[in-house]
Design a protein around this ligand. Sequence first.
Ligand SMILES: [Mg+2]
Length: 184
Amino acid sequence: MIDPARAKRIKLLGLDVDGVLTDNSLFIGVVDGKRVEFKRFDVQDGLGFVLLRGTGLEVCWVSGRVSESTAERARELQVTELVQDKGANKLVPVQEILTGKGLTWDQLAWVGDDIADVPVLRKAGLAIATDNALPEAKALAHHVTAKCGGHGAVREVIVDLLQARGEYDAALRRYLEARGDTPL
Ligand SMILES: [Mg+2]
């Protein structure tokens, strides 16, 4: 369970990509002499981002790898704050995003899995590690997910975060009503 007091302070949900939105797999090949790279994303995670719409919570993805697969998935999910920094320095871009939005580290929830996330996990108001995360990341986390990255960990974070804020039922209702479905 995510601590409600921490959860209620959050304005921005920041996510690492590889190992959080994916299971860390990279599918690399060559087609017609051109390098191709694919990643496998989780559809249930995707619907989590739809549930966030209308909650006021903003989202950013910050990756240490430059990949068109990630950019395409972000576009598909209408995630407009995407930084792909091949130097894997996440502290600087996250600070820039926070500053740009007039937010503080206290208002950031960060989900990470590896040592590249450690500097951000140290500063985030709500530090979350996925179950597949390295011990160094888990040691800094206020919360560790039950699920692994690429296998529903992000959906789990979104649901738990909204529940801790008391906003989940309304988000679900909004989603169902927008589709013309009966509330569950
Ligand atoms: Mg990672």
